[in-house]
Design a protein around this ligand. Sequence first.
Ligand code: SF4
Ligand SMILES: [Zn+2]
Ligand SMILES: [Zn+2]
Length: 318
Amino acid sequence: MKCRVCGQEACIGLRAYNTALCADDFIFFLEKRVSTTIRKYHLIDAGDTPIVAVSGGKDSLSVWHILNRLGYPADGIYVDLGIGDYSRTSLVKITQMAEKLQRKVYVLHVRDIFEKGIDEVARAIRRVPCSACGMVKRYVMNKICIDRGYNVLITGHNLDDEAAALLGNLLYWKDEYLWKKSPSLESKDGHLSKKVKPLFLCSEREMAAYAVLSGIDYIYEECPFSVDAKSLEYKGILNKLEESSPGTKLQFIKGYLKKIKTGKEEKRDMAYCETCGYPCYGDKCNMCRLLERFHIEKGMDFDEYGGSSLDSNQTMVT
Ligand code: SF4
Ligand SMILES: [Zn+2]
Ligand SMILES: [Zn+2]
């Protein structure tokens, strides 16, 4: 198999594009795809101050790495869920990347707030871990953006994540989420930051190849709670379709993007939390309810790693 661009030995076949590429040309191809997505969908504009939600996995570390290579300097934010070795290893990979990029990373430890890991927090409020995790992460990431002067929150969601979520929303006709899977969700009244997904059109397989070929050191293990996630089942189904009809996932998402222009978002009356001002439905946001449930009144402290103050011992700046 020869590289379609330079004729040397190819290292990856891309059936969705009916092509094969060597390492250098594949890296160029993927970064160009991200750059085009950013410009086409106005994910980051001149003067924006982006920050990346990092988990230590291949997608978030790769998007962080790509953005800095493409000339969009971005800091990072990590929510340490307090899940034993998984969280500890993730933090190591993240601080290594921060050092490599010479960028700052903010870290919030769930155990510092709740004195429990996310699984125990979830159990106490009778939710599954992913539900409590999503709630805490959404809130904390938004807070860092607003409080520290960042105006675009970048996430590493890839094509497979988006296709699986869209399939799930369609299967159960979750109308309230159906039209919200755009690569860019605009900010709201200075309370909710803009959220964007530059890897929207890059598949999981492409991102894994990119991370390996670019020497990105990421955590291979998945979060232990991901095994229960329904999205894995949907990804399996979509992979089978992709196998027999290459390009299916891309068509599914691109078709959706065309439809989205005519899709209708369900209108609900949005209010602001009477305690913290976060946009919510009702008088209090879910995070404030959660904090109340645990009788927590203290504010949130973030560790800051990296930036110009970083040294080889990862000096903590608070
Ligand atoms: S699998 Fe669930 S608990 Fe783990 S990081 Fe993802 S959303 Fe959070
Ligand atoms: Zn080549
Ligand atoms: Zn609140």
